[in-house]
Design a protein around this ligand. Sequence first.
Ligand code: G3P
Ligand code: MG
Length: 228
Amino acid sequence: MKIFAHRGVSGHYPENTLAAIQAALDCGAYGIEIDVFAADGELIVIHDRQLQRTTKTKGNIEDYKLSQLLQLDAGKGQRIPTLWQVLQLINNRCVLNIELKGHDTAPLLLHQLSQAQQQLGTDIAKLLISSFHHPLLRHIKQSQAELAIGALTACIPLDYCEFATQLGAMSVHCDRAFIDDKMILDAHQRGLEVFVYTVNDQREALRLKALGVDGIFCNFPAEAANWF
Ligand code: G3P
Ligand code: MG
């Protein structure tokens, strides 16, 4: 079972921060999942457009300048990282799943990954780009075919994983509330891996493993490694 540290080790550290990502590297997680928004010409690592939950700040990302966003306390003195900082820290040591949260993230992502390949030696074979915004994923795959795509869905579509095939995806990322044997069988027949979010207890993880799921997103990846 592949274990992705969901927003880093977000069960023990402030989510989507360098501390949470370092912890995921330290525990040897297969992959790390982060959420990314565009902000003032930069890609920043944060899950909510509204700043209140993680930074105790009023308003939305777009209400602030980048310099102001980067000074906010994202928990326990941690700052909101940029995607660039995360790529630097991970340095190809595990798979990085970049989940695109905004509709305007694609041009910045493609530009930054090209820069990161040249300046940081980023291995794009270790990246997995996902989003609930499927046209955006299609645009990314058409622009850079080598990038692996994770097709996110919160539902079970009428034609199961056909959308993921159309996207040229490597994997389908499904909600634990809906995933079932038909979806998993359809994915595997199409050559897609099945990763399920967000799985934080052993009983459910073992149930999913028995169903044939290939990986989980988990807030406690060190503990999860002992579940199987
Ligand atoms: O990428 C898997 C999962 O993170 C998707 O949902 O809301 O946690 O970003 P969310
Ligand atoms: Mg996410």
